[in-house]
Structure formats: C-alpha cells, structure tokens
Write a protein that binds this ligand. Structure first.
Ligand code: SF4
Ligand code: FES
Length: 235
C-alpha cells in the first residue's frame, strides 16, 4: 500500500492515499464537496465544475484534481458557494425543471443542490427549451429538457453496463444527449435496470410505471440535505 499523505482542507488536516482525487479524500474524511457530474464508481469527467475548490489559491475541479502533500484546499467558503449557486441557477434556467410535477422530485440532485444553496427563484431568465422527448422505449423515458449534460449515463452505460447506449452531440447551447440507434431509445439495448438509468441525477432518464413508489415527503432529499450521508462519516 502506498504511503499516506496529508493536506489541509478548510484548515483541517486530512490523510489521503496519493492516488486519490481531492473529492475522494474529502469523502473518505467526511467532508462534503458539492458535485453533480461526479459519481462514485464512475471515472470523473470534470464537466459541471460544481466541485470547484481553491488549491493553493487556484480554482480546480476537486473530482479530477489529485491530492498532493501539503496542498491547501478551500471548499466551504462564501465565494466558492456563491459560484456553485450561480452554476446551479444557470442549469435550472437552461432546462425545464418543473420539480412539483417531476417523479424525481426528492431524489433529484439538481433540486437538492438548489435547496442546499437556498435557491428559491433563479436570478437568470428561463430559456424554456423545446427538446425532443423520447418515450419510444417500453420501460425507460428520456426527457432531454431535464438533462444537464453531466454525462453520468454515458459513463455508467459504457463503464458499468458494458453497452455504450449514450453519447453527446452538438456544441455549446446545441449540445444534446444522443442514443446509439436511429429510432431512439427503443432501438438500443438499454434496460430499465441498467446503472445508466439510475445514475441520472435528474428526471431526464426515468424508468416507466414506478411513479410514487416512495411518497413525496419521504424521499431521500425530503429527509436530509444532499451531502448529509458524507458528512455523517465524520460525526
Ligand atoms: S440523461 Fe441524466 S445522466 Fe444523462 S447526461 Fe442527462 S442529466 Fe446526465
Ligand atoms: S463534480 Fe467535479 S466537475 Fe462536476
């Protein structure tokens, strides 16, 4: 086993393995760094930037940045949380996130981040996109209007399901989630039980016919703030 190193995270000395990222070391120590595109067991992509921390004063994505001996990392600061709040607000207005009508409400990580950062109404104007909804699959529904392009379904499908059902096409504001069949999800070998479906942090990918299996008010983020499970490691 490699020699453990230490670094400072918000003034606390943290022990880490040299091959860990800052996010992994923080999780193991029970310190929550907000994130959206990162997910345990998946390779990091560093695309959403919500996990941005300051490393020796420079902004870095905690999910891709490796630990190093003696680095000074800032995480839970007013400035960083203001940047994260801005990113979440931009994601909320960029898609159609009608939480009160969405089956994912209470399990949605975007909604939970909005609650954590105290967002009641985004300060940016809503864009109300009209993107294609794919209901062709017998067991899975895809609503691109709720997709935040985090790529978790892509990586889960390729790395865990061994299928490669999803991809991304287009650039900038025209970027969209694609599937590897011309006739939509129905033409793919996706199954409702695939990790790709459960990896989606929003209601963009949902299994059909399981609505309200857990009543609203009793769902994960109805009961605890996002990150509480990680912080519980420390308490
Ligand atoms: S469908 Fe879900 S998991 Fe896939 S990119 Fe969109 S938000 Fe992320
Ligand atoms: S969680 Fe690190 S960039 Fe998205």
């Amino acid at each position: 086993m490699s020699q453990a190193i230490t670094f400072l995270l918000d003034g606390i000395e943290i022990a880490a393995e040299p091959d860990q990222t800052i996010l992994e070391a923080a999780d193991a120590a029970g310190v929550y760094i907000p994130r959206l595109c990162a997910m345990k067991w998946l390779s990091p992509s560093g695309s959403c930037r919500i996990c941005t921390v300051l490393v020796n004063g420079r902004p870095q994505a905690a999910c891709t940045q490796p630990v190093a001996p003696g680095i000074v990392v800032e995480n839970d600061t007013e400035q960083l949380n203001a940047w994260r709040r801005d990113l979440v607000e931009m994601l909320l207005v960029e898609g159609n996130h009608y939480c009160m009508f969405c089956e994912k409400s209470g399990f949605c990580e975007l909604q939970a981040l909005a609650y954590r950062f105290g967002i009641t109404a985004p300060k940016y104007p809503y864009r109300f996109p009209r993107r294609e909804v794919d209901a062709s699959h017998p067991d899975v529904f895809l609503d691109r209007n709720r997709c935040v392009l985090c790529g978790r379904c892509l990586r889960a499908s390729a790395e865990m399901d061994g299928k490669g059902v999803f991809g991304l096409v287009g650039r900038g504001s025209h970027r969209l989630l694609s599937v590897n069949a011309e006739d939509g999800l129905a033409g793919t070998d996706l199954a409702a039980t695939d990790r790709a479906v459960s990896a989606c942090p929003t209601g963009a990918l949902l299994p059909k016919r399981v609505g309200f299996a857990v009543p609203v008010g009793q769902r994960k983020f109805d009961r605890e703030m996002i990150g509480a499970d990680i912080q519980a490691v420390r308490t």
